[in-house]
Design a protein. Structure first.
Length: 312
């Protein structure tokens, strides 16, 4: 069974249970409307040694930063401000005190950078391998929250940065090249917290998510949940230096934002984003009413069966 087949089954099994005010499973975060027109956001991510990282290919400090960054990215993906996290660690005997202290220093430094509190968690022994689970909590005005389900036909599709660096970095790491720029980027993702907050406040932005599994698979989540399709122009996909088009489209863990914006306001949105952040919004296609994902090369459909990265 695929990861998403399993999640669908979970949703079906729990369909009759009360949601107690929450919006249900299926977005980057769970959303709970609270007082004063605000909402709380909740997200959890798991990092497993051997599946998500290799201990010999990353420092403990980098891993501490990454474990937090991937969760902050999910808060940013909905236009939220991260406020607190809970951290659970299962550590085997061969990850000793020094390893744990360096890990916590990486986690602390990024928490400080974004003003995020650590408010709980759990610590336990592991028989084998390190497991890290972070739950992050964010907050935003309900009116600023951007969901995967809000794309509309005619919208322009944007990413907030070039793609494929992390995928190229993973290839470097697996080949033992630990110090290439791409490998360093793979181990040190920067969550786009300021960008997400800014985009959350913009009415032109309809749907948004973060790119954790790769454009080819993440875009399908926006299409499925919005009941729309998309045309992606291959020549417009922004490829990070040292990467290639297929890695940019299918590689995971870039943690850039993927968003759709009203066609009428899209040009101004991009202009103001560039002024605010000094880096462009990359338009790479548009949303259609067909429910299909079509890759176009110079205007012609290309039959690519591209999918993103999956751990399962
Ligand atoms: P993301 O990549 O943004 O972390 P995923 O694509 O992994 O999100 O997950 C899709 C949705 O399924 C999310 O809303 C997530 O919270 C939910 N989900 C994933 N695994 C489980 C699980 N074991 N139980 C309940 N919900 C889950
Ligand atoms: Mg996400």
């Amino acid at each position: 069974m695929t990861e998403f087949g399993f999640i669908d089954k979970i949703c079906a099994r729990f369909a009759e249970l009360p949601l107690n005010g929450f919006e249900g499973i299926g977005d980057d975060c769970a959303v709970l409307p609270v007082a004063d027109g605000d909402a709380l956001l909740f997200t959890a991510d798991l990092l497993n040694e051997g599946v998500h990282f290799l201990r010999r290919a990353t420092s403990a400090r980098e891993l501490g930063g990454k474990a937090l960054a991937v969760n902050l990215s999910d808060i940013a993906a909905m236009g939220g401000r991260p406020v607190a996290t809970l951290l659970s660690l299962a550590l085997p005997p061969d990850a000793g005190e020094t390893w744990a202290e360096e890990f916590m220093e990486g986690y602390r430094a990024l928490s400080e950078r974004y003003g995020v509190a650590l408010v709980g968690g759990d610590t336990t022994r592991s028989g084998q391998g390190i497991t890290i689970n972070v739950t992050a909590i964010g907050r935003a005005p309900l009116s600023c929250i951007k969901r995967r389900s809000a794309a509309r036909p005619g919208d322009v599709l944007f990413t907030t940065g070039a793609l494929g660096a992390s995928g190229a970095g993973l290839r470097d790491l697996l080949a033992g090249r630990l110090d290439t720029p791409a490998a360093v980027e793979h181990r040190n993702p920067r969550p786009q917290v300021e960008e997400g907050l800014w985009l959350g406040m913009r009415r032109e932005v309809h749907a948004m998510m973060d790119l954790s599994d790769g454009l080819a698979s993440d875009l399908r989540h926006i299409l499925d949940r919005s009941g729309v399709g998309a045309e992606v122009l291959l020549e417009r996909v922004p490829v990070a230096e040292g990467s290639d088009l297929q890695t940019a489209a299918c590689g995971g863990e870039d943690y850039k934002l993927l968003l759709t914006a009203d066609a009428e306001g899209a040009g101004q949105l991009a202009d103001e984003f560039l002024k605010r952040f000094g880096s462009p919004l990359h338009p790479l296609g548009r949303i259609t009413g067909t429910r299909e994902l079509v890759w176009l090369q110079n205007g012609n459909p290309v039959p690519l069966d591209w999918h993103g990265f999956t751990h399962y």
